[in-house]
Design a protein around this ligand. Structure first.
Ligand code: CA2
Length: 151
């Protein structure tokens, strides 16, 4: 492991965090999410490249580029979680460790949110911890990357 950089990916509509549906997603914004991830990563000596897009192809390109200079990917794919084979294929294709994060507890919501195309290409899963779940995801992913994880 040479690169000390993570890619943070937030999918469609997550730019709206903090503006609507606070009862589901809380009141923190995407800027807050990115700050949390940068701070937790910096404490372990890693930097972060953050991307949010409402366009699937932009996300795919960012994931493909990560194989050149990142050690892992933290991703909340938003609604693409439940629909996108191509996003799953991109994550599988770059062969980097992936942490999947969901702010809400998708298992307790509508049945169409129960299946994730990303889940079995991710080594870390954090669900329903709110925005704080991104910090958990970074810590667990860095444990995997730096060889600190058990098992
Ligand atoms: O809980 C999560 O993090 C989700 O990935 C969020 C997605 C949803 O489709 C997934 O099922 C679960 C939706 C992101 C949209 O975020 C908004 C935030 C505020 C206002 C409107 C949308």
């Amino acid at each position: 492991m040479t690169e000390r950089r993570l890619l943070l990916v937030n999918g469609p509509n997550l730019n709206l965090l903090g503006t609507r549906e606070p009862e589901i997603y809380g009141s923190q914004t995407l800027d807050d999410v990115e700050r949390i991830v940068v701070d937790v990563s910096a404490a372990r000596g890693f930097e972060v490249r953050a991307v949010q897009s409402n366009h699937e192809g932009v996300l795919l390109d960012a994931i493909h580029d990560a194989r050149l200079d990142c050690a892992g990917i933290v991703i909340n794919p938003g609604g693409l979680t439940h629909t996108s084979v191509v996003l799953r294929d991109a994550l599988a294709g770059v062969d980097l460790p992936v942490a999947e994060v969901h702010i809400s507890d998708v298992s307790q919501r509508e049945s169409f949110r129960h299946h994730s195309y990303v889940a079995d290409v991710a080594v870390v899963h954090v669900v329903g911890e709110g925005v704080a779940g991104y910090a958990t995801a970074v810590r667990l992913l860095l444990d995997v990357i730096t060889g600190r994880a058990e098992g």
